[in-house]
Design a protein. Structure first.
Length: 256
């Protein structure tokens, strides 16, 4: 079995960080350095079909959780803290519920254990419309993408995935074809009877619609020891929009 690509920072108790849909481990590098400075061994992991990890047509949360289980085994990690954002949060929930012995603490960033209808069509369609055979700069790619995605921050986030596959030829690191096909799996929930009975922290952005007070009972049913905290002045990308508060609240939980 292929091992997921990662960047490892620092020494100490392992903290595994799982990015969201169309993201990559590099999105978490600034915060990863801060966690490492706080005495943790940080594993910034690219999930399959993302970043520098392998591509595969198989893609659902059971498979993604098993990828992390295999990663933990390869590196012989013990007593792992797992932090996941959005899609990575669903992977982290699935891992903790399926293999609780592998996870000592769980942190979930702006996602709830519930079904979400597919809602990334606009982004996928915009990415598919880019003709990377004729686009030969990031500026040109951003300009072409702006016709489909008006939010500059979202465009910059997506275009971080561009790299030079050869001189003059750009490509995406993520597996757009498979991710577009499997998009409906992203909204899937963990099993209705799944539970994880160890310390868990859910962090939500105060302007995000992904986690609302209506979800708190569901969170507590699956994660009886969960606490829920809100990050101010932040939406769904709360770790990027308010990294200071995100770091403070997550470290208090980790060190407790």
């Amino acid at each position: 079995m292929q091992t997921l690509h990662s960047t490892i920072l620092g020494e100490g108790q392992p903290l595994l960080i799982l990015h969201g849909f169309l993201g990559m481990s590099d999105n978490w590098k600034s915060l990863g350095i801060k966690y490492a400075e706080a005495g943790l061994q940080v594993h910034l992991i690219d999930q399959r079909n993302h970043g520098k990890s392998f591509h595969s047509t198989a893609f659902n949360y059971d498979i993604l959780a098993n990828d992390i289980k295999a990663y933990i085994a390869v590196y012989n990690l013990k007593n792992c803290i797992v932090l996941g954002h959005s899609m990575g949060g669903k992977t982290a929930m699935q891992l903790a519920c399926s293999y609780p012995d592998l996870v000592s603490k769980l942190l979930i960033a702006d996602i709830a254990p519930k079904y979400y209808p597919a809602h990334h069509h606009e982004i996928i369609n915009g990415l598919k419309a880019l003709d990377l055979d004729t686009i030969n700069s990031r500026t040109a790619a951003s300009e072409a993408l702006s016709k489909h995605i008006t939010n500059k921050g979202v465009r910059q986030f997506l275009l971080k995935n561009l790299y030079w596959i050869e001189k003059g030829k750009l490509a995406f690191r993520f597996n757009l074809e498979v991710l577009a096909e499997r998009m409906e799996y992203l909204g899937e929930n963990i099993d209705g009877s799944a539970t994880y009975n160890k310390p868990t922290l859910f962090l939500r952005g105060d302007t995000s619609e992904y986690v609302s007070p209506l979800d708190y009972d569901t969170i507590k049913r699956h994660f009886p020891k969960a606490t829920i905290a809100t990050i101010s002045n932040a939406g769904h990308w709360l770790h990027a929009e308010n990294p200071k508060e995100f770091l403070e609240k997550s470290l208090i939980f980790i060190k407790k």
